[in-house]
Design a protein around this ligand. Structure first.
Ligand SMILES: [Zn+2]
Length: 245
């Protein structure tokens, strides 16, 4: 009796350890962890093969009366992290946007090079994602495209302490302001999408700024130097979604 219980426990233990080992297969952008394998890395990534995935090529727009996003941002970027997948600025509480009659708090912003979304077939050298959540955990992402040109003031403030290695984290001496990386004109394209990284959760409101901003070649290169390769998920099928402008 005791022996069979022990055996059962051993079997459960070995199954569990296999499962967790499998789940910890590292996702990334190349090799075994590449985007086409994300869904099979762990059951948690089932949404990665969904029908409402990001990024997409934004085109075939539907004309719409889009309400302005109301920005209630303040300088609040208080730390910068290199998590091996991106460089991310974490934000203090207190900055939010209003859209769809809801309040979405700014949690962090981070970057992808080259851009993940395309606009009318065009990719950009860098894309920023400002990630927000409402009180129920619904996500809203504002995306901004960077083209090469003048130095970007917002990036300049953050990049002073850009963490070069995975796991590095630095606190800012002075708060970084997310508004500084956004264009003057806040008109946007809108669609329904997902996180562009595992677990690829859907139901994310996407707002892509129509106007690109600039970053200097040195600023773009500084980001790429921390990533050791591209960190953009390939374009996903639009399927039955509409893209509003
Ligand atoms: Zn992103």
């Amino acid at each position: 009796m005791k022996k069979s219980i022990l055996l059962a426990c051993a079997m459960i233990a070995s199954t569990t350890s296999f499962a967790s080992e499998h789940e910890h297969a590292h996702w990334g952008y190349t090799g075994d962890g590449a985007p086409e394998n994300w869904a099979s890395l762990t059951g948690d990534n089932f949404a990665c093969t969904g029908k409402n995935q990001s990024p997409i090529n934004l085109t075939g727009f539907i004309e719409s009366e889009l309400a302005p996003i109301v920005f209630h941002y303040q300088a609040g970027g208080n730390e910068i992290v290199n998590n091996g997948h991106t460089v991310q600025v974490n934000y203090q509480k207190g900055s939010y946007i209003e859209i769809d009659g809801k309040q979405f708090n700014l949690l962090q912003f981070h970057f992808h090079a080259p851009s993940e979304n395309h606009i009318n077939g065009e990719a950009y050298p860098l894309e920023g994602h400002l990630v927000h959540a409402d009180k129920d955990g619904n996500l809203a992402v504002i995306a901004v495209m960077f083209k090469e040109g003048y130095e970007n003031k917002g990036l300049a403030a953050a990049w002073k302490q850009i963490p070069m290695h995975e796991g590095d984290k630095h606190a800012f001496s002075a708060s970084v302001d997310a508004l500084d990386i956004l264009p003057e004109n806040k008109d946007y394209y809108r669609f329904n999408g997902s996180l562009t990284t595992p677990p690829c959760s859907e139901g994310v409101r996407w707002f892509v700024m129509k106007e690109a901003v600039t970053a200097s070649k040195a600023q773009i290169e500084a980001f790429k130097a921390t990533m050791h390769g591209a960190n953009n998920r390939p374009l996903q099928d639009v399927n039955s979604r509409v893209i509003l402008k």
